[in-house]
Write a protein that binds this ligand. Structure first.
Ligand code: HEC
Length: 144
């Protein structure tokens, strides 16, 4: 009799221990689902402004004519390099003949010297994450 009761208590303790583990496993699922949820809109260009803010805004503005350490990036997608009047470009960039279509811009922000050797976009280390570059380019293209 006593033995059976002890067994019953152990059993209920066992399930009491198992329960939080199950709940924990479920709560662990939640952030994963949420992360997937945020990744989907990001592929459509959302998150681009944040990525731009982190990687470019220290030196660039997207306001037309607002040249800072770097030239304004307003309308940069599809634009010829060195086109901001009133900005003192390096001769390398000014005379590069490059047009910043999406593919060229993508290469440029991966490794500026690979597209325009001797440019003065420094100290900028390049972005190796293709998805991050795509977000930034989508943001710049949207022209906000
Ligand atoms: C450390 C400052 C700095 C950062 C960070 C930076 N840039 Fe630049 N950028 C410059 C400078 C300076 C130039 C002008 C270079 C020259 O004259 O050779 C430039 C030039 C450019 C140009 C050429 C523009 C034109 O009118 O020809 C593009 C495009 C550009 N940057 C895009 C970006 C993007 C996109 C990012 C973020 C991923 C970024 N830059 C981050 C400083 C920076």
């Amino acid at each position: 009799m006593l033995r059976n009761q002890t067994f019953a208590i152990l059993m209920s303790m066992g399930s009491a221990v198992a329960m939080p583990a199950l709940v924990f496993a479920q709560t662990e699922e939640v952030p994963k689902t949420a992360a997937t949820g945020t990744a989907a809109p990001a592929a459509d260009g959302a998150g681009g402004e944040e990525a731009y803010n982190n990687a470019c805004r220290t030196c660039h503005s997207v306001k037309p004519g607002d040249n800072r350490l770097g030239p304004s990036l307003s309308g940069i997608v599809g634009k010829k390099a060195g086109g901001e009047s009133g900005y003192q470009y390096s001769p390398s960039l000014k005379n590069s003949g490059v047009t910043f279509d999406e593919a060229t811009l993508d290469k440029f922000i991966t490794n500026p010297d690979g597209v325009v050797p001797g440019n003065n976009m420094k100290p900028y280390t390049g972005i190796s994450d293709a998805a991050l570059r795509a977000k930034i380019i989508a943001f710049l293209k949207a022209g906000k």
